[in-house]
Design a protein around this ligand. Structure first.
Ligand SMILES: C[S@@+](CC[C@H](N)C(=O)[O-])C[C@H]1O[C@@H](n2cnc3c(N)ncnc32)[C@H](O)[C@@H]1O
Length: 310
């Protein structure tokens, strides 16, 4: 694991940054990450989950930590995988948005502002705990895994998805860099004002400060074995990881980088559909071909699953 920002700014400072950034992001998070609660995202969430829990098991009481706007657990609820839905996040803005998303979908969400490292729930409260794209934000990983273990009942299942691998993240950084250069070259040729968006236009000072924290809130990248070791140290059994997304991830970061840099209207109307269809095809290629030849640690997304001993 890399040296965390917590060592530089102190854990309280890191947590305050997480809250400030994600409270601000909660207002436009679903749009930014193309999150929806339709079949597209239900299939994605369910697919990730079933890679970790292929036996078709259903769960009665599920907790999501770092729920954001509810992308993972609300879509799993829609897929019929879970019963009671409890969603927590350190950001009140995220919890409020998650509860509102649940209400729109007719899902009764028990939302609570909570830090993963000190969960307010009783011991043995859940038979499933999930997290998606959250563990790499946590300063104290052993404390977090101890909490995940504590709130799960014996036989309960942990599923952590969407964590960036060390090698995958390094490759993604180069892809983003290349995409930025490409957009800047296009802007230089066509005129920067015609092409480039100003991402801080219209933001108040506080919002600008919050937006600037984007570079601070990602604390870790992992080898899959790092995540497994954390779960084993916390007392979980049946610990395993799978990884996925290679070329699909490169393409995804390239398209996201372009989308974030250009003014509205620069990209053609068919761009989102083209991007999604191409991503799907590359995802299928990664599953059917790349998985056979490419080492596990090079894929971008890691999914961890583990069980509390009976
Ligand atoms: C990248 S977002 C992922 C959100 C959501 N799980 C998803 O996949 O869309 C990370 C989330 O973790 C939350 N978070 C960061 N640190 C946390 C902590 N210590 N305890 C609980 N949530 C935390 C953030 O507020 C944010 O909502």
């Amino acid at each position: 694991m890399n040296r965390s920002v917590a060592e530089v700014t102190g854990v309280a400072g890191v947590k305050a940054q997480q809250v400030a950034y994600h409270d601000w992001e909660s207002g436009h998070y679903d749009h930014k990450w193309s999150i929806s609660f339709d079949q597209r995202c239900i299939d994605y969430a369910y697919g990730r989950f079933r890679k970790a829990v292929p036996d078709g098991r259903r769960f009665d009481r599920a907790l999501e930590v770092g729920c954001g706007t509810g992308f993972f657990l609300l879509n799993l609820a829609q897929a019929g995988v879970v019963g009671a839905v409890h969603c927590t996040d350190i950001s009140k803005g995220m919890v409020d948005t998650c509860v509102a998303n649940g209400a729109r979908l007719g899902i009764d969400v028990h939302g609570r502002v909570a830090d993963v490292e000190s969960l307010p729930h009783d011991d043995d409260s859940f038979d499933l705990v999930v997290g998606h794209a959250v563990v790499h934000h946590l300063p104290d990983l052993p404390a977090a895994f101890a909490q995940l273990r504590r709130v799960l009942e014996p036989g309960g299942r942990l599923v952590i998805a969407g964590e960036p691998t060390r090698a995958g993240d390094r490759i993604a950084a180069q892809v983003k860099r290349a995409a930025r250069i490409g957009v800047k070259l296009a802007a230089a040729a066509a005129g920067p004002k015609r092409i480039l968006a100003d991402p801080t236009a219209g933001l108040h000072t506080d919002e600008r400060h919050a937006a600037a924290l984007e570079a601070e809130v990602d604390l870790h990248i992992f080898d899959p074995a790092d995540l497994e070791a954390l779960a084993i140290s916390a007392g979980f059994t049946d610990v395993s990881t799978v990884t996925e997304e290679l070329t699909a991830n490169w393409f995804g970061w390239a398209t996201r980088t372009v989308e974030a840099m250009v003014r509205p209207g620069v990209l053609p109307d068919g761009y989102p559909w083209f991007a999604y269809r191409t991503w799907q095809r590359l995802f299928a290629f990664d599953e059917m071909v790349a998985q056979r030849f490419v080492p596990k640690g090079v894929f971008y997304n890691c999914i961890l699953t583990a069980t509390v001993p009976e």
